[in-house]
Design a protein around this ligand. Structure first.
Ligand code: PMP
Ligand code: GLU
Length: 395
């Protein structure tokens, strides 16, 4: 707490994923051999067809401010992508391109929430949903799930969490951090509850759409009775390994898209021009061009699940998408390991960092204090090494 700073930032938590990645970087600089399984970041390089489009854009002298909501031809490529992959129909006034899906989400919170509005977050949820909501004056309302129900929220639990103040629900499928993927029937059952409360806006974060090992991907906006109140969030960070290029986008009801455009126009302006040109190439290409990455993630998932089974006290579900496992490690709470008492998941993650030199993220940050998140967006060699170190540190 620093009284010179605003209450807004004093009350905000630091992003746990980015904080752990920074800590791992710092320890590496001090000469420690840290294996980073904390950040959800594909380790592949950007596909050549995307790189070439960026190089071409530089050579073609793209340099100016872009339209706040994105280039017209990029918006067209997004519209075509939504139609091709999700059977969702949007017009250009419904699309806003932003500096990463994180900014898309921050825009939505800023334009939709008034102080005291409640935001439903089926837990575990992606780390930033909570603070993005809070900084806009919203009140996060966690809906607990369990590993037994594959970390998916039930219609009954959803309905029980709705109050007169509920304004929004945010969820991701495939889910970061649990890897759970909602089937069409499961999403329809949630929609059946939501249609009774027409003022609730649903934010469907589909950034892991392509990293789905069960398929098919289902969009909430695909249900006719949900289309007018659902915002579909997506981006190129995960599917095209473009995390640092910072392009995300939404398909939304027009009044929401216009509001995001207005908000963004005062805060950041349009997203980076070169990255926007490259994103056109990414989205215009068939998803089959990135199948090699999905296949690699599937193999790594099999590898890590097999290795984790050998560690006593780890209870893990089978993630169906994204690139995370989210084991329940509460077996270790209250135990003293090498003189350190483990009270909670944060202690446990810190213990793994210090004693196994492996960076993971505490489940606390994702709304589940019994778990830790391990990203397997890493090489097979690193995964094997890391799990073997964890096993030894816990033996
Ligand atoms: N949503 C989820 C579920 C994520 O895991 C991430 C992490 N990158 C984001 C949104 C934000 O993605 P970006 O800002 O890189 O587009
Ligand atoms: N979304 C990734 C993660 O969950 C990247 C880090 C971040 O943006 O928080 O690790």
């Amino acid at each position: 707490m620093n009284p010179k700073l605003s209450n807004r930032v004093n009350q905000m938590a630091t992003s746990a994923t980015l904080a752990m990645a920074a800590k791992a970087r710092e320890l590496r600089e001090q000469g420690k051999d840290i294996i980073g399984l904390s950040l959800g970041e594909p380790d592949f390089t950007v596909p050549d067809f995307v790189k070439n489009a960026a190089i071409q854009a530089v050579q073609d002298d793209y340099h100016s401010y872009t339209p706040v909501d994105g280039y017209g031809d990029l918006k067209q490529a997004i519209i075509t992508k939504f139609q091709r992959d999700n059977e969702l129909t949007y017009n250009p006034a419904q699309i806003v391109v932003s500096t990463g899906a994180k900014q898309s989400l921050a825009n939505l919170a800023q334009v939709l929430l008034n102080p005291g509005d409640e935001v439903l977050l089926p837990a575990p949820y992606w780390v930033s949903y909570s603070d993005i909501s809070k900084v806009a004056g919203g009140v996060p309302v966690e809906i607990p799930t369990s590993i037994e129900s594959d970390f998916k929220v039930t219609p009954e639990a959803l309905e029980a969490s709705i109050t007169e103040k509920t304004k929004m629900m945010i969820y991701s499928s495939p889910c970061n951090p649990s890897g759970s993927v909602y089937s069409k029937e499961e999403l329809r059952a949630l929609a059946d509850v939501l249609v009774k409360y027409p003022d609730i806006i649903v934010v469907s974060d589909e950034i892991y759409e392509h990293i789905n090992f069960t398929g098919p991907h289902v969009s909430m906006a695909g249900f006719d009775d949900m289309y007018d109140r659902t915002v579909t969030v997506n981006g190129v960070s995960k599917a095209f390994s473009m995390t640092g290029w910072r392009i995300g986008y939404i398909g939304a009801p027009e009044y929401i898209a216009r509001a995001c455009n207005k908000m963004q126009g005062q805060v950041t302006s349009g997203a980076n021009c070169i990255a926007q040109r490259a994103t056109i190439a990414a989205l215009e290409t068939s998803p089959s061009a990135i199948q090699y990455m999905i296949d690699a993630f599937r193999e790594r998932r099999t590898l890590i699940l097999g290795l984790l089974k050998e560690i006593p006290g780890f209870k893990t579900n089978e993630p169906e998408g994204a690139f995370y496992v989210f084991p329940d490690i509460s077996h270790y709470f209250g135990k003293t390991l090498r003189g350190k008492t483990i009270i909670n998941a944060s202690d446990f993650a810190l213990y793994l960092l210090e004693e196994a030199n492996v960076a993971t993220v505490t489940g606390q940050a994702f709304g589940d204090p019994n778990c830790i998140r391990i990203s397997y967006a890493a090489s097979e060699e690193d995964i094997k090494q890391a799990i073997s170190r964890i096993r030894e540190a816990l033996a």
